[in-house]
Design a binder for this molecule. Structure first.
Ligand code: FMN
Length: 336
């Protein structure tokens, strides 16, 4: 048996009557499937505890995650091998704290509000790869280190230090945030995961079978940036928004590194160093996305590649063959 605890936010206003109906329907459905638990509502937030057979809870949680009545579903606990139920005989006890004036509920309300606020703040400041684990109910500190094949992508704003000196602080920060949002969307939309932000640079990883997706993410990001530059006036910082992207593919070690004070869930290995070096080469070579022969060989789609010659790079003893895609957008340079 397992116990799963999550919270979520209303995606639209939901009346007390609707919550009542949802509770009654859930109660009846859960009764038929041996699911017990509690559903709390506070402000615009749901907080639910579900307990029952593993596959039944997993299946229900998949349906609940897709339910259009709420969004931002964060799994707080996903506990296996649970022996005793916390709510025996309660198939979905629903408590709408918005309509409960009882003083006894005050501490629960305060605790839930605090929990929601902490999650919002932690979610904003925590490494995306760690948050992805937390929202699945996994404890990132318990993750076992592993060797794995990954496509590693670095995407950096070109010449950001010059831009930051030329424009006001607010404009520079707005530009970085715009860029990081675009890059993150490009990566997650194509199945990758942002490992971390390093100033104005995004480091991301894609699974072994997603090398083509990493290339698609690079093309998509450059398309988005080109559209933003085209719309910006000449004196706006957005007109200077060019990115350099480096991609490599190889074996990396994935795990928690750090000290007792601060941990980083990250990837280490030559592919990481090489992807960063390839990204730096976009500053000197006429291509805004450069990748290694390993990426070319691991991709499966019929891309048109251009050979950019061979160069020595960090993480490789010998010179490596460099490639870019035969796509005019990826040759566009900031000098144009
Ligand atoms: C906050 C929330 C909690 C829910 N809790 C349950 C529940 O405990 N049991 C249940 O059967 N459906 C629950 N639902 C409804 C499910 O999302 C889904 O509509 C229902 O299980 C029917 O899914 P199906 O059409 O895939 O069978 C909940 C929905 C929301 C928004």
């Amino acid at each position: 048996m397992k116990r799963l605890i999550y919270m979520s936010s209303f995606s639209r206003p939901i009346s007390d009557q609707e919550i009542d109906v949802l509770g009654k329907q859930s109660n009846a459905r859960n009764n038929a499937r041996g699911i017990t638990g509690v559903l709390l509502c506070l402000d615009k937030t749901f907080f639910q505890i579900l307990e029952g057979d593993d596959h039944i809870i997993d299946g229900l949680f998949e349906s609940i995650k897709k339910d259009p009545r709420h969004e931002d579903v964060v799994c707080l606990i996903n506990e296996d091998r649970v022996r005793d139920r916390l709510f025996p005989g309660r198939y979905m006890h629903t408590v709408n704290l918005n309509v409960k004036g009882d003083m006894l509920f005050q501490p629960v309300k305060v605790l839930l509000q605090q929990l929601m606020q902490s999650h919002r703040i932690i979610g904003k400041y925590t490494q995306p790869a760690v948050i992805n684990k937390i929202v699945q109910g996994l404890d990132p500190l318990e993750l076992v280190p592993q060797r794995t094949m990954k496509a590693i992508l670095f995407a950096d704003i070109k010449g950001f230090s010059g831009i930051s000196q030329r424009y006001k602080v607010d404009d520079a920060i707005r530009l970085i945030n715009l860029y990081l949002n675009l890059a993150t969307t490009a990566i997650t939309l194509h199945g990758g995961e942002v490992t971390k932000y390093i100033g104005d640079c995004v480091m991301a990883h894609f699974d072994e079978n997603q090398v083509d997706q990493a290339l698609h993410a690079a093309v998509y990001l450059q398309e988005q940036l080109a559209a933003i530059r085209a719309e910006a006036s000449d004196d706006a910082p957005e007109s200077q928004l060019f990115a350099g992207i480096g991609i490599d593919y190889g074996e990396v070690i994935q795990g928690n590194v750090g000290s007792v004070i601060k941990m980083d869930y990250t990837l280490l290995g030559n592919a990481v160093n090489r992807a960063q070096s390839l990204e730096r080469l976009t500053r000197v070579l006429p291509a805004s996305c450069i990748f290694s022969e390993e990426v070319k060989n691991a991709s499966k789609e019929p891309w048109k590649f251009l050979h950019l010659g061979a160069r020595p790079i960090k993480g490789k003893e010998q010179s490596v063959d460099l490639y870019c895609l035969d796509n005019p957008l990826l040759h566009e340079s900031e000098d144009k």
